[in-house]
Ligand binder design. Structure first.
Ligand code: NAD
Ligand code: UFG
Length: 346
């Protein structure tokens, strides 16, 4: 073996939940950047076809293992099989509304999964972790923009599961200086890969606005229900910070670079710094597709908050990262994916 090769740090990364929406787009960028990617996903909210789509887009195939992140023995085998440099931990449940109906599932999967993962990482002397956190960790009573030092007080079990994980990751980093952990607080990821070959395809009825809108536009659903128009916002509908999934994916690579020289725990917002209402998004989408869509106003959705957008200074200063794509690109790419790449439902 070339001696230089043996001393070179491994460039292989584990991507839990890598067949999902954000994990798949990040896997493409990791492969394109020269990393070897091992995806671990239980396919509870994705399909194995995504792995082939990642290969088509990136030109290189990720390794794929169908399994659960809560399976410690499986993780131990994966870590023993080949040296891993870092873990991107996307695997988890993500519906705010569902978490109100099934809180134990959320704590078991999100918190339980992270505990098992971190235990096995420590066993394998692997201490670099990029975690998928969420803007839902912030207090709903604090007015946006939300900075990393804004008050934390999630309004539902989903957000509380993310905050519990952040707390345990902070505690973990305090116990051992080898840990380097970035908790990325995503605002509202949307859009798709520019090729139209990769995008968001949740199982069942989409919870998130953009995939729901796409399904209305292609006739899979009769109409969009706007969840409330009596919020204290200019048009009465909820305001969110929609960030293009490829910008978000790029933020993960920037976080990994940062962790190479910055051990400890840090939470960083990934958003655009701009908020748009539900109606803003719907109208931007309608401009892209060139027609209006059926919609009606429904009641507020339990667990929703009025407005949320990010303060993005920390990401810019520490990661040298900021979003580049706007609302139109988000809508255009989501629609291209719906029309060209998204497999039809059986
Ligand atoms: P997603 O559902 O598309 O992807 C998650 C993937 O994890 C799925 O492929 C699913 O099959 C897999 N998974 C779930 N539980 C698992 C387990 N126990 N073991 C192995 N695989 C498992 O969701 P996403 O939108 O890509 O979100 C990724 C992460 O980002 C999640 O942790 C989510 O909470 C977080 N997040 C998402 C958003 C958003 O709006 N999409 C916003 C903030 C944070
Ligand atoms: N909305 C509708 N109709 C729909 C779906 C959504 O009006 O059919 C509205 C919601 O009420 C909200 C906005 O569109 O005002 C955005 O809703 P999403 O479900 O797309 O996003 P959320 O802000 O509720 O939550 C998302 C992710 C979470 C993540 C959070 C971070 O689902 O995982 O963003 O801000 F944590």
């Amino acid at each position: 073996m070339n001696p230089q090769e043996s001393t070179r740090p491994p460039r292989r990364v584990l991507v839990t939940g890598g067949a999902g929406f954000i994990g798949s787009h990040t896997s493409v960028l990791l492969l394109e950047a020269g990393y070897d990617v091992l995806i671990l996903d239980n396919l509870s909210n994705s399909t194995v076809e995504v792995v082939a789509a990642i290969e088509r887009v990136a030109g290189r195939r990720p390794d794929f293992v169908c399994g659960d992140v809560r399976d410690g023995a499986l993780l131990a085998r994966l870590f023993a099989r080949s040296a891993i440099a870092a873990v991107f931990h996307f695997a988890g449940l993500k519906s705010v509304a569902e978490s109100l109906a099934a809180p134990l599932d959320y704590y078991a999967n999100n918190v339980g999964g992270t505990i098992v993962l971190c235990r096995e990482m420590a066993e394998a002397s692997l201490h670099t972790l990029v975690f998928s956190s969420s803007a839902t960790v912030y207090s709903a009573s604090h007015a946006p923009p939300l900075s990393e030092s804004s008050p934390l007080d999630p309004a539902q079990p989903y957000g509380r599961s993310k905050l519990m994980i952040e707390t345990l990751l902070g505690d973990l980093a305090a116990t051992d200086p080898r840990w380097a952990i970035a908790s990325l607080r995503y605002f509202n990821p949307a859009g798709a890969h520019e090729t139209g070959a990769l995008g968001e395809r949740p199982k069942g009825i989409p919870n998130n606005l953009m995939p729901y809108l796409c399904q209305v536009a292609c006739g899979e659903r009769p109409e969009l229900i706007v969840h409330g128009n009596d919020y204290p916002t200019p048009d009465g509908t909820g305001i969110r910070d929609y960030i293009h999934v490829m910008d978000l994916a790029q933020g993960h690579l920037a976080a990994l670079d940062y962790l190479e020289t910055h051990p400890g725990f840090i939470a960083i917002n990934l958003g655009t710094g701009r908020g748009y209402s539900v109606l803003d998004l719907v109208e931007a989408f309608e401009r892209v597709i060139g027609r209006t869509l059926p919609r009606r106003i429904g009641p507020r959705r339990p667990g929703d908050i009025a407005a949320s957008w990010a303060a993005v200074d920390r990401a810019r200063e520490l990661l040298g990262w900021q979003s580049e794509r706007g609302l139109e690109a988000i809508c255009r790419d989501a629609w291209r994916w719906t029309c060209t790449g998204c497999p039809p439902r059986s």
